[in-house]
Design a binder for this molecule. Structure first.
Ligand code: G1P
Ligand code: ZN
Length: 527
């Protein structure tokens, strides 16, 4: 079938600069005529090599996902893409999309998601572009795409009816092949190569009480394939496992606020041995054990400390990385075990070069993101399986036992993040600026019994491509004992958000099980 290519005249939008993770705006913004098209065409115009190539397209299933996918398919056909791999119903989790890009050696991919932000006609929408290898576009490319979006005058589409994506199989759109796949199988196959499924199956069969909450977002079908079909758990371990376009009206951010019911059941009422949840697009995770929640910073440190229990890392890891605001719990493990610890700016894309180079195998962020070198995005279900693999390797030990053992060995980094939302850009800048002005004078000054050892604005030089990222957050360190970090969020869709991160290390045995608030309040007062 030959389909005519149409050039459509357009005018630029001024606001297509991507944030920490792609372009995120209100649905109403994305629904404006030409808005999505301008962005997609700017990618095609900026990043050479689409003609004759493979592209991956999918999204978290939120409202507008289906419409946006058809638009992208029609534009890809006009751009001369040879083959598009797309999930059934247009649905792909962020980590599954990264995996498909790698598996099909695709030239890149579009993932439609605004992560955990509310969905629906009044909610948010988003698009991320990933490059070959499965990682999000680097800043040099997103800057070029932004520049292009400000001068664009035409985009191209083909004239053809929408494609049916309800079943796996191959169709044609013009001369382009559309390969519709059940990505849960591909994804579960990959997981089987990383974890000891026999041990996890035995754990689940041993009376271990477990639940997974997909929060009505993308991970439900992936969780069913993994936990029920392949690991033998009953369907009842799955909660909210049907993806809904409005996420059931909820806010699929797996943390103690938005997954409060699950936390209540496991942490307060101590009703299950282990529970976990994932977010809108499946890249975040929350880990709960009977009577406690594991903070993401500590989850990262524990997974790295016990990497050898996973078949993929039988011989240990060369290195691990954390984003700057993530607590230094990981560094304590690296120092004792002798692997390298890297510190990168906020956002998963900064891990990708290190992962590609083999310098790190495990990485994570305080914002409920954990992952490894199996894909180039954080991966919620990977983290859940990593914990199950760890629990299976330590028969009879609970999550609480594992945490206490960890703190005894490495100390405990008490940690908290405070978000100040709904600020004006000026307000946020004024606060940042007043601390920025004081940084140079802080070292040597004492506050209560803490003395500032270093204070700076974090900047990062990528050791692989030598690119430079400046203005990545203000940090005030009190040696290893404590740290205060302040930065501006890059994912909001309105106003400005400031994030304040507080961290205190306690090593004495009687200080390992204190309430976090009690430990951090003095530091909060200093901050
Ligand atoms: C937030 C998190 C960051 C994460 C990003 C995308 O970005 O803090 O760690 O990579 O979401 O999930 P922020 O809003 O802080 O810029
Ligand atoms: Zn997400």
């Amino acid at each position: 079938m030959h389909a005519a290519v149409r050039s459509i005249t357009t005018t630029p939008f001024e606001d297509q600069q991507v944030g920490t993770a792609g372009l995120r705006k209100r649905v109403q913004v994305f629904k404006q005529p030409h808005y999505l098209e301008n962005f997609v065409q700017s990618v095609f115009d900026t990043h050479p090599g689409f003609e004759g190539s493979t592209l991956v397209v999918g999204g978290d299933g939120r409202y507008h996902n289906d419409v946006a996918i058809q638009t992208i398919l029609s534009m890809a056909a006009a751009a001369g893409v040879q083959r598009v791999v797309v999930g059934v119903d247009g649905i792909l989790s962020t980590p599954a999309a990264s995996h498909l890009i790698r598996k099909h050696d695709a030239h890149g991919g579009f993932v439609l998601s605004a992560s955990h932000n509310p969905a629906g006609p009044e909610g948010d929408f988003g698009i991320k572009f990933s490059v070959r290898g499965g990682g999000q576009a680097p800043s040099s490319l997103t800057d070029a795409i932004y520049a292009r979006s400000r001068t664009i005058t035409t985009y191209r589409q083909i004239d053809a009816p929408p494609i049916d994506l309800s079943q796996p199989g191959e169709t044609r759109l013009g001369s382009m092949i559309v390969l519709c796949v059940d990505s849960t199988r591909d994804y579960a196959d990959l997981m089987e190569t990383r974890f000891d499924f026999d041990a996890i199956r035995a754990l689940l069969a041993s009376g271990f009480e477990f639940a997974f909450d997909a929060m009505h977002a993308v991970t439900g079908p992936y969780a069913r394939e993994l936990f029920v079909n392949r690991l033998g758990a009953p369907e009842s371990v799955l909660r909210n496992a049907t993806p809904l376009p409005d996420f059931g009206g909820g806010h699929p951010d797996p943390n103690l606020v938005y997954a409060a019911d699950l936390a209540e059941e496991v942490v307060t009422r101590q009703g299950l041995d282990f529970a976990a949840a994932s977010d809108g697009d499946g890249d975040r995770n929350m880990i709960l054990g009977r009577g406690l929640s594991v903070s993401p910073c500590e989850s990262l440190a524990v997974i790295a400390a016990n990497a050898r229990c996973m078949p993929a890392y039988r011989n240990g890891i060369r290195g691990a990385a954390r984003s700057m605001p993530t607590s230094r719990a990981l560094d304590a493990v690296a120092a004792q075990q002798g692997f390298a610890a890297h510190e990168t700016p906020t956002g998963w894309k900064f891990f990708c070069n290190l992962l590609d180079a083999g310098d790190i195998q495990i990485c994570g962020e305080e914002s409920f993101g954990t992952g490894s070198d199996h894909v180039r995005e954080k991966d919620g279900l990977w983290a859940v399986l990593a914990w199950m693999n760890l629990l299976a390797s330590r028969p009879g030990q609970s999550v609480a036992d594992i945490m206490l053992d960890h703190w005894r060995t490495y100390g405990r980094h008490y940690y908290e993040r405070h978000d100040y939302e709904g600020l004006s850009a000026e307000q946020a800048e004024r606060v940042m600026d007043s601390l920025r002005q004081r940084l140079a004078a802080l070292p040597g000054q004492s506050f209560d019994d803490l003395t500032v050892s270093a204070a700076d604005e974090f900047a990062y030089s990528d050791p692989i491509d030598n690119s430079h990222a400046q203005g990545q957050g203000l940090r005030v360190c009190f040696g290893d004992a404590a740290r205060i970090v302040l930065r501006k969020s890059g994912t909001g869709t309105s106003g400005a958000t400031l994030r304040l991160y507080l961290e205190c290390l306690r090593q004495d045995p009687w200080e390992l099980r204190l309430p976090t608030q009690e430990v951090l309040t003095p530091l909060a007062v200093i901050a």
